[in-house]
Design a protein around this ligand. Sequence first.
Ligand code: ATP
Ligand code: MG
Length: 326
Amino acid sequence: MISVPLFSVRDLHVWFELPDGRELHAVNGVSFDLHAGEVLGLVGESGCGKTTTILATMGLLPSSADVAGEIRINGEEILHGGEASVRPHRWRDIAMVFQGAMNCFSPVRTVGSQIVEPMKLHGIAKGAEARRRAGELLEMVGIPAASADRFPHEFSGGMRQRAAIAMALACEPKILLADEPTTGLDVMVQAQILELLASLADTLGLAVVLVTHDLPVVAEACSRAAVMYAGRIAELGSVDDLYHDSHHPYTRLLFAATPDLLGDDRVVSIPGSPPRLDREIVGCPFRERCDSAVAECATEEPALHLVGSSHVAACHLNDLIENVRQ
Ligand SMILES: Nc1ncnc2c1ncn2[C@@H]1O[C@H](COP(=O)(O)OP(=O)(O)OP(=O)(O)O)[C@@H](O)[C@H]1O
Ligand SMILES: [Mg+2]
């Protein structure tokens, strides 16, 4: 029997209407599935649509955004009914640690009083019960319960990030979206936060989407990863497949651009920049930076094709190699 994914995103598109009336196609046909206990990495350079993708799944985009596609939690579609159908799930089933979340605590209130806020708002708990739960949540992320009475400035950056994760877990969601949760933290603390997310996925059976532009982060914490480029998924597969059997030139360049991963200090930046998303893209969006591009790449956009048992990539070269084999 094939089990229904806990979290499923199908053919997600997001268009932002720009002030001059033009449209920017920020997310273009993104699909992925996630089961309980899984951590999926969402990686790619700045501006490739990572944050927009996860904000869309929470129904948190501004009114200038148009969203299409399907978003399912345990099989139930939540996008088509608009705000009314997303609202009951937001924070209770699907929660998010925002980009820069560790800086979002109000400096004038204790951390504990801010963690109880979503519980009160969603009718989960109030008063002494909510305060007790806040202490439990802090313990769960490795902070003594008594620290609930301390102010954010008394916490280190790593503790604030842990507290932000605790706050996202306040309403016991099944799905946790973490946007760049380790940025700005030192390497040791980064590793601890990643370990925490992986262990929460395991012990609570959470489905976690971990957004990062940092490939070592993916290797550390994720079982699978989706590499995004120009609002699309360029390649999706197990972290092992992406490392050792990549089928997209962009994934390979991203790895080459990552220091330490290959055991030396090489940092090779990827020449050029991603295409503008406020103009129509003809052909493969990566072709201008690709050293293996063929004629077809200029005219036809490659579709995602299966290149392994649960490994997909969008590159014409895979189809050419397949044709030669046949
Ligand atoms: N509110 C908005 N209005 C117009 N364009 C937007 C808006 N938000 C994002 N964009 C555009 O959508 C595209 C995707 O942005 P997004 O923030 O999702 O990228 P990202 O992958 O999260 O980048 P980063 O790594 O820098 O956080 C970019 O071209 C960005 O400029
Ligand atoms: Mg972002």
